[in-house]
Design a protein around this ligand. Structure first.
Ligand code: EPZ
Length: 416
């Protein structure tokens, strides 16, 4: 297992290019199961989760090639089984359920189980697919699903679930008749999936709103598609500029999809300007504390909660963070405290009292965004920080140490 060793205290300056979005690329890759022609995807990030997905697609009968951010998926004769060995390493594997039922009327997908940030059930996925005519049983930890065909339905989610909306959207594009998804997730990654499906001949309206209307078609054709840029990677690098008092120009930064984040960073005292070259961010003054509550899009993303907390640790005054999406997403708190942060948690709320400096320390990464928050803290801390167990980071950030080193950071990767 690898660890990152960070020598802190260097203001980051220069230019970075934002990669393709992991959370948009994953559902789009699973959507390729729906097509009966080859698809070419560009701007696909070179990440562990992407390679896990390509492996799973291979096991499901597709043939996949990845080269320099471009993926070609060719349909084959589909098999229904997504085995536990792959699903347990990546919860998004459950996104093959809707496409498999739509294409071959059967699926055997390992139940993903809980994960570090919370229980994360898939009841909304199953309930919606049942309304479309699928039947499920649980067999030795596997969801067994089957249907003669899927029919359009009027589905109202109990909460706006990103994965649930994506699974149902993929199922509905090939279902017989019309489907309406109410209380749907409005995240930009859901919209990107809809745009990909539209490019393949699907009929969808209302993506980006909480009511999506889908008219089923009998087949989808191949397409070439550019995946959107990663708004969470971009948000993490904006935070890196803030925490090191640096100045960065971010190319391909999806600034319109990051409004809730940029507004908070500006409230903290950062200057963020959109230029013809990209988004310019700098921070000349000490950061100020702010309050943040995570919400479904367009609210403040839970995937940026840990990173903004690192900034709050060094901001003047007291900040309050309320995590309203996942029940256990404060695992970075104890690690930040080991670096000198002053944080008190009570249930879903964290109270952060800003300190003048953080001190480098060995810390343990526990989930993807929590790991990113420790890297940010390490960039600003005095001395050396060792971030251990960074395989989480490699699931979601493309060559993070190379990108940060190219703007002045001093990070090296070592085997533990
Ligand atoms: C997606 O997860 C993202 N993953 C997560 O990204 C992100 O944190 C999350 O959306 C919220 O924005 C991918 O896109 C691959 P949800 P997802 O279904 O789809 C509850 C990252 O760091 N719920 O919107 O699994 C659930 O427990 C990550 O990149 C049910 O109760 O999230 C949670 O509390 C991790 N029943 C809430 O809804 C269900 O059937 C939102 O979850 C489904 C969800």
């Amino acid at each position: 297992m690898d660890k990152l060793i960070i020598e802190g205290g260097v203001p980051l300056t220069g230019c970075m290019t934002i990669s393709g979005s992991k959370n948009a690329a994953l559902p789009i890759l699973f959507a390729s199961i729906l097509l009966d022609e080859a698809v070419t995807l560009r701007n696909v990030p070179d990440l562990r989760d992407i390679h896990t997905t390509l492996k799973l697609l291979g096991m499901l009968g597709c043939s996949c090639e990845y080269q320099d951010g471009q993926v070609c998926v060719r349909p084959g004769s589909l098999l229904p089984e997504a085995p536990y060995e792959l699903v347990r390493t990546m919860r998004a594997s459950v996104l093959c359920l809707g496409p498999l039922l739509a294409r071959i009327g059967q699926a055997r997908v390992a139940l993903p189980g809980g994960c570090a940030i919370g229980a994360r059930p898939v009841d909304q996925h199953l309930k919606g697919l049942e309304q479309m005519g699928a039947r499920f049983e649980l067999d030795q930890g596997y969801i067994l699903g089957h249907c003669r065909k899927l029919n359009g339905a009027h589905i109202t989610f109990d909460m706006p679930t990103v994965g649930g909306t994506e699974n149902l959207l993929m199922a509905a594009v090939l279902a017989e008749g019309e489907t309406i998804l109410e209380n749907a997730a409005r995240e930009p990654e859901v919209v990107d999936l809809a745009h990909f499906l539209l490019a393949c001949g699907a009929r969808i309206e209302g993506q980006g709103t909480s009511r999506i209307h889908i008219a089923g078609v009998s087949r989808l054709h191949g397409a070439e598609y550019d995946v959107m840029s990663d708004r969470i990677e971009a948000g993490t690098f904006l935070a890196a500029a803030g925490i090191t008092c640096g100045e960065l120009l971010l190319r391909h930064c999806p600034v319109n999809e990051l409004k809730a984040v940029t507004l908070k960073l500006q409230d903290m005292g950062m200057k963020i300007t959109t230029t013809s070259e990209g988004v310019l961010v700098n921070c000349a003054r000490p950061l100020r504390g702010v309050d943040v509550t995570t919400k479904p899009y367009p609210g403040f993303p839970t995937d940026m909660q840990a990173q903004i907390m690192s900034l709050m640790c060094l901001a003047e005054g007291t900040s309050v963070v309320k995590e309203s999406i996942f029940e256990n997403r404060f695992m970075h708190v104890m690690e930040l405290e080991r670096m000198g942060a002053q944080i008190r948690t009570s249930g879903h709320t964290a109270l952060v009292r800003g300190v003048r400096r953080l001190a480098g320390a060995p810390v343990m990464a526990s989930d993807l965004r929590g790991s990113a928050s420790l890297v940010l803290a390490g960039l600003a801390a005095n001395g050396t920080t060792e971030v251990r167990r960074i395989y989480h980071l490699d699931r979601g950030y493309e060559r993070i140490e190379n990108k940060l080193n190219s703007v002045g950071a001093r990070i090296r990767r070592e085997k533990e």
